[in-house]
Design a protein around this ligand. Structure first.
Ligand code: ADP
Ligand code: ADP
Length: 224
């Protein structure tokens, strides 16, 4: 298949499956831009925007931010020049309505989704990953207390910032996020399967193993 740019990828998978971790690696390996809707919401929260205040209500409960708000935010973001070579969508779409809206916005640009890797992870693994996840308050880099520990405990390797636990990674909220995933997001597996874009990757493996499997599977599709 042709490898002409832009190349758009959608990472599907439950919270904690490793979408952000893999998207960050793919960003440098493939020269595409990682766009994480969760990161965009957190940026808005940090900057005390109206959008951030609205999103906080949903994020704190582990629910999804309404589709119209989320779609408008992503649509605006992908207009920027840094998305011209293509985007790795991480955490978006999360509903069928978002998936259809994404197809429409890309079609307007004369483009389309080329491949949708699904990170398949068991519930025990997900809970273990989410409860051990730590993020840098300053630059947002993601760590895990056991599987991806920083060199110095509590300190970001990248910028020296302080590491913290996301408030939505506490056990009460994690349970609802998993429920929301199965109810609202997992239908995307069928959506992309029907379009012949889905590739399943075993995400229960260590980070490096998943990365190699991702690169191999994506490369086979986009011809790299
Ligand atoms: P995770 O990396 O654990 O999957 P994210 O950082 O992607 O979590 O998202 C954190 C929260 O932000 C979600 O629980 C949800 O409240 C909100 N959010 C992120 N992306 C979307 C989206 N595409 N649609 C609706 N809400 C979203
Ligand atoms: P998502 O974006 O899907 O919510 P993250 O990429 O933030 O997931 O990963 C969740 C947590 O699990 C982080 O602490 C990350 O360091 C860790 N992690 C990611 N992939 C793996 C893996 N394959 N094995 C072990 N830990 C992982």
């Amino acid at each position: 298949m042709a490898s002409a740019y832009p190349i758009h990828l959608v990472l599907v998978g439950p919270p904690g499956a490793g979408k952000g971790t893999q998207a960050a690696m793919l960003e440098s390996q493939l020269g595409l831009k990682q766009i994480s809707s969760g990161d965009l919401f957190r940026e808005n929260l940090k900057n005390h925007t109206e959008l951030g205040q609205l999103a906080k209500i949903y994020i704190d409960r582990g629910d999804l931010v309404p589709d119209n708000v989320t779609i408008a935010m992503v649509e605006d973001r992908i207009q920027r020049p840094d998305c011209a070579r293509g985007v790795i969508f991480d955490g978006f779409p999360r509903t069928l309505e978002q998936a259809r809206a994404l197809d429409e916005m890309l079609a307007l640009q004369g483009s389309e989704i080329r491949v949708a890797p699904a990170l398949v992870a068991s519930d025990e693994v997900i809970i273990d990953r989410l409860t051990g996840r730590r993020v840098c308050r300053n630059c947002g880099a993601v760590y895990h207390v056991c599987y991806n520990a920083p060199k110095v405990d509590g300190v970001c390797d990248v910028c020296g910032g302080e590491l913290c636990q996301r408030s939505d990674d506490l056990p009460e909220t994690v349970r609802n996020r998993l429920y929301v995933y199965y109810k609202q997001t997992s239908p995307l597996i069928g959506y992309y399967y029907a379009k012949d874009l889905l590739i399943r990757v075993d995400a229960d493996q260590p980070i490096e193993t998943v990365k190699q499997a991702m690169l191999q599977a994506i490369g086979a599709v986009i011809g790299k």
